[in-house]
Design a protein around this ligand. Structure first.
Ligand code: SF4
Ligand code: SF4
Length: 442
């Protein structure tokens, strides 16, 4: 396929990375000098199974689209990277002629810097991008949406795993903008009295005390956990309290650095030194604090896994990154050779052990595909910003009838962003700079 046409189709369909920050996919596909198109099928966050479902059920579509994208990238090699334990998915993809490379069952195998190291033996520079080592990475749901774009179908729905403390865990296809409460209802509600809701996975997701949020293109999971979980304690502690604890309790044991996934892959990130810098702020060296930019926020360093004092270097790094950016400091690091730690293979955290450490083993169950989430006549609030870049500018007005897939807004000419579309047919109820709300037709 001609590269320019593919980029245009993907832009018009509003495809963004399905998960993470939602980087607009058409921009990634403009990359030059690419020799490998890597599909990140490692899906390493505990309890999330959307990509596993798609790789089984949609393997022919994924492989066909992957080959078309690889060709448009200039004849790149298409490789699917999956954990060894995803045997049915590996078989389904190989049956369609795809090259599949297996990686170990450790966390965070799905960090693209780590996956590129595992599969291609290449080292993404510190604070760098995969394209600097000739690789474009997409996950299976993003590739599924690219396949749709090639057929003229915009991104109107996303797939979401609902799991944890619910009676009927599963994967639903959900119209963008649907309230998360409908997903919870579909899974039978919470079976714990005082639930907390995780949007995404337990290691990197957003912890919320209610379901007052709407599904976006990047929503991959809704997990219900009891408020008494250790997870909830770490992830919801107020920032001030967390920083105070970091200052007084760190004993410089180095366990966070020993476990740090980015340190093990060779990046110059030593969270224990950042923690020490926080404790002795007046003597903090700027180059140590700047290491926070190298943190992928995988969460292995926290008391959930590594820190014996129950601290969270990851959350400290989040705060530092915000503060450095606010000061105009950029994540630029001098180019240097990256050498993975010689002990890396022995320090990896197996996924099974992680699930046990998190106290989630009893929730590690089958999540069958449940089909389309019924929304009835519940209004859908479709955010104008579900992606990296600027919000889409709405182009519809209240009272207007819209068809499923119709454009509701687009980024200003030349700006980084993504178009948004009506996820179902209906009537526009409200338009604001933050969202377009649609009343679905009965
Ligand atoms: S969250 Fe912790 S373990 Fe993960 S990359 Fe950041 S510092 Fe390292
Ligand atoms: S593991 Fe915890 S106590 Fe040890 S150095 Fe890291 S933050 Fe400090």
């Amino acid at each position: 396929m001609e590269a320019e046409r593919l980029v245009q189709q993907v832009y018009e369909a509003g495809v963004v990375g399905a998960g993470g920050a939602g980087f607009p996919t058409h921009v990634k596909l403009k990359a030059k000098g690419i020799d490998t198109y890597l599909i990140n099928g490692a899906e390493c966050e505990p309890l999330l199974t959307v990509d596993q479902h798609l790789m089984c059920e949609e393997a022919p579509r994924l492989v066909a689209a992957g080959l078309a994208v690889a060709a448009a990238l200039g004849g790149a090699r298409l490789v699917f990277g999956l954990k060894k334990k995803y045997a049915p998915q590996i078989a389904a993809l190989r049956a369609c002629g795809a090259e599949v490379v297996e990686v170990g069952n450790s966390y965070p195998a799905g960090d693209e810097v780590i996956l590129i190291h595992e599969i291609l033996g290449r080292h993404v520079p510190e604070a760098g991008l995969p394209l600097q080592v000739g690789v474009v990475v997409n996950n299976p749901e993003t590739l599924y949406n690219i396949a749709g774009a090639m057929d003229g179908l915009p991104v109107t729905h996303t797939f979401v795993t609902v799991g944890g403390a619910v009676p009927r865990p599963g994967v639903w296809r959900v119209p963008i903008g649907a309230p998360a409460s409908l997903l919870l209802d579909a899974a039978g509600g919470s079976i714990v009295k005082d639930p907390v809701f995780i949007e995404g996975g337990p290691m990197t997701g957003k912890y919320r005390f209610d379901t007052n949020f709407n599904v976006t293109k990047t929503t991959k999971g809704l997990l219900v956990v009891p408020r008494t979980s250790a997870l909830v304690h770490y992830e919801t502690m107020p920032v001030e309290q967390m920083l105070k604890q970091a200052k007084v309790a760190c004993c410089s044991c180095v366990q966070c650095t020993v476990t740090c996934s980015r340190n093990l892959v060779g990046h110059g990130l030593e969270p224990h030194r950042i923690m020490r810098a926080i404790a002795f702020a007046s003597q903090a060296l700027p180059e140590i604090v700047k290491q926070a930019f190298l943190c992928s926020e995988c969460n292995l360093c926290s008391g959930l896994v590594a820190c014996p004092m129950g601290l969270s270097p990851r959350r400290v790094n989040q705060v530092l990154k915000g503060s450095l950016r606010a000061q105009g400091i950029k994540p630029d690091f001098p180019k240097r050779d990256i050498t993975p730690h010689p002990q890396r293979a022995f320090r990896l955290v197996p996924s099974k052990r992680l699930v046990q450490r998190l106290g989630l083993a009893s929730y590690d169950r089958e999540t069958p595909y449940m089909g389309d989430l019924p929304v009835g006549n519940t209004p859908l609030a479709i955010p104008t910003k579900q992606h990296t870049g600027v919000p889409a500018v709405p182009c519809v007005t209240p009272g207007e009838a819209v068809q499923e897939g119709q454009i509701l807004g687009a980024p200003p000419e030349g700006a980084l962003g993504a178009t948004i579309h009506a996820s179902l047919s209906g009537t526009v109820l409200a338009v604001s700079p933050e969202a377009v709300t649609i009343q679905p037709e009965r």
